[in-house]
Design a protein around this ligand. Structure first.
Ligand SMILES: [Zn+2]
Ligand SMILES: [Zn+2]
Length: 382
């Protein structure tokens, strides 16, 4: 696409206020010297987006949601082209984090913990696409539920192989989140891993653990269909925690407890169970978001102190994009089977209802902002 064919407006799905959404146009300004304009090809719908709409994550309204986007460079300023090595038409992933790059946390590489407060926005933590930058902040293209996205100098871009289908590429952000859990676990080859929560990130964590050289990988959850899928994402064994005592099942499978347990279910009971499934001196990665003000209790002496369990929270995707792109490129797992539903922006409410009701075998639903007509009724791509 050449610069001259760029539209002057971008259709967006806007959370106008809590529990209210609308499709409307936003002006697309000329692309600045340091900036990239991304044409969004696909954007994954995340549980976070549903929580945002429900008002569980602050008051960022009006907000264009969407942080799991991939697309192509529609326009790029000369300085951005030089510094990023990108050109119009390149396929890219953009990280959701817009870190300051100068605070102590950013300098040590933990830019997901950026400490720069942005008082102009009233933010106490780093800016995140689709989460905490209101649409009223110029140029208003701060979320992936949009035909176009503004990519300023502080954003992090990653080139995607041209041949990688968007349906696979759109998993890069959840896979990057999965990779961070593996990095936080300091997983060594041959170590056993239990993953609790076979949602998209949990399934991808099984693949990432397998790719990182894990020994036995066990996925625990409550839905048999997901657990069966987990086997195809690298799990050697699965445990239905509704039917089986998880500690006994893991002991039977491993001959002991796990070296590493990764919790990505986002419920307190799963976090408690994660600690119980780790061996003495083992590591537990807590990656599931449980919601505001949820307290988790552990038996301090019996479960933690006397067993020296390392508790390692893992937040967002920092550091995970490059290994995620590499793994998606190798295509050793049935990634695209995770993308079960595709919708147009106008169908966002329908998509959210499908996800909330866990209908129609939905695993990962995505929006295609460029889709001008509604997708077929089953939501799948034609
Ligand atoms: Zn997400
Ligand atoms: Zn920072």
């Amino acid at each position: 696409m050449s610069e001259s064919t760029l539209p002057t407006t971008s259709r967006q799905l806007v959370f106008t206020e809590r529990d209210a959404m609308a499709v409307s146009d936003s002006p697309v300004p000329p692309t600045g010297d340091d900036d990239v304009l991304l044409r969004v090809a696909l954007v994954g719908i995340c549980a976070t987006d549903l929580h945002l709409l429900a008002g569980h994550i602050g008051d960022p309204f009006p907000l264009v949601p969407g942080h799991e986007f991939v697309g192509e460079v529609a326009a790029i300023g000369p300085a951005a082209a030089r510094s990023r090595g990108l050109a119009v038409g390149d396929h890219v992933a953009v990280e959701m984090l817009l870190p300051c790059r100068s605070c102590a946390r950013c300098r040590e590489g933990r830019y997901n913990l950026c400490e720069a407060d942005d008082m102009a926005l009233g933010l106490e933590r780093g800016r995140q696409y689709g989460v905490n930058i209101p649409r009223t902040v110029e140029p208003g293209l701060w979320g992936g539920y949009s035909e176009y996205l503004h990519v300023p100098a502080e954003a992090t871009t990653h080139r995607l192989p041209d041949a990688m289908p968007w349906e696979r590429a759109v998993l890069v952000e959840p896979l990057a989140v999965a990779y961070r859990t593996i990095q936080r676990a300091r997983l060594s080859p041959g170590e056993s891993v239990v993953i609790i929560g076979p949602g998209p990130v949990g399934l991808l964590a099984a693949a990432a653990a397998r790719a990182a050289g894990a020994g036995r990988v066990i996925v625990a959850g409550t839905r048999d269909s997901r657990l069966e899928l987990a086997r195809r994402f690298g799990a050697d064994a699965v445990v239905n925690t509704r039917e089986t005592d998880a500690v006994a099942a893991v002991r039977a499978e491993l001959g002991g407890l796990a070296d590493v347990v990764i919790e990505i279910a986002g419920v307190a009971a799963a976090q408690q169970q994660a600690v119980q499934l780790a061996r003495r001196g083992g590591r537990v990665v807590l990656a599931g978001a449980c919601g505001a003000n949820v307290a988790v209790t552990f038996r301090a002496d019996e479960e933690l102190l006397t067993r020296e369990i390392d508790l390692l929270p893992s937040f967002l995707s920092a550091g995970g994009f490059e290994p995620a792109i590499a793994l998606l490129g190798r295509n050793e797992f049935p990634f695209t089977e995770l993308v079960t539903h595709r919708f147009a922006l106008e169908q966002t409410a329908e998509a959210f209802a499908t996800i909330a009701a866990r209908e129609a075998g939905v695993i990962k639903a995505v929006l295609e902002p460029g889709l001008r007509r509604p997708a077929p009724l089953d939501g799948r791509a034609a």
